[in-house]
Design a binder for this molecule. Structure first.
Ligand code: DC
Length: 226
């Protein structure tokens, strides 16, 4: 079993940027579980499945084989052996992922893969239910938050930088509705684990947040026995 750092929080709180920076600094494997849910969502969209068709989502997910590999420290997600990273970061896929990730069969299908990665590697894993469900014994648990307006502005910049045209108001509305879906669903809802440290990133830069988390890690590392 490796050392486990779990980072949870709502969309746009900075989880992936921070998790990636910490993994690089500590030489850990970065695991982006949201990308796995997005790959599942891409599979449903490609198969013309409607977001509200829960029966089809539950049945069809059995045909989607999600695996990952790492290339130069980056996680590459494979959907039935096809690398799909380039298709995952659209609003359409994100909105489908928010709905389809509420399905227990979809979650069950990805849980084993996520836990296996943490057995084989020292990991920084980010998502919504890592500290509460996937890695309940993680030595470090962080819950990252930020105001929805700050999160929307970040997502707007991320998309604009990629040349994707978007509307700030629509993004904020999507973020708020995704937060609601993620935190009110029945299975593995987004919530802070009791033993997690909450970090509000609204007014902090990446360096400050990374430093704060690495400090928490260093304190825990001293008492961690392999
Ligand atoms: O972090 P993200 O935006 O890439 O995540 C996409 C969706 O996947 C998000 O709406 C919630 C879901 N998700 C989840 O339910 N559990 C996780 N561990 C990670 C993501």
């Amino acid at each position: 079993m490796g050392f486990q750092i779990a980072i949870d929080g709502p969309a746009g709180a900075g989880k992936s940027t921070i998790a990636r920076a910490i993994a690089a600094k500590l030489n850990f494997t970065y695991v982006d579980t949201g990308a796995m849910y997005r790959a599942m969502a891409l599979f449903f969209l490609r198969n013309g499945i409607a977001p509200d068709d829960t029966a089809q989502i539950g049945a069809k997910c059995q045909e989607a084989e999600i695996t990952i590999r790492h290339e130069n420290g980056e996680q590459v997600v494979l959907l039935n052996d096809e690398p799909v990273n380039q298709f995952l970061r659209t609003e359409e896929v994100g909105n489908m992922a928010s709905v389809s990730s509420a399905n227990p069969q979809v979650r069950e299908r990805l849980l084993g893969l996520q836990r296996q990665l943490a057995v084989e590697n020292d990991v920084v894993m980010d998502g919504r239910d890592i500290g509460t469900c996937v890695l309940p014994d993680a030595q470090v648990k962080i819950f990252l938050t930020a105001d929805s307006s700050v999160r929307a502005a970040r997502r707007f910049k991320e998309l604009s930088d990629k040349g994707i045209s978007c509307d700030l108001e629509v993004i904020e509305k999507d973020i708020v509705s995704r937060d609601r879906q993620d935190s009110t669903r029945q299975f593995s809802p987004l919530r802070q684990a009791e033993d997690a440290t909450a970090v509000d990133t609204s007014l902090l830069d990446i360096g400050q947040v990374t430093e704060a988390i690495v400090k928490i890690y260093s304190e825990k590392r001293c008492v961690f026995k392999r």
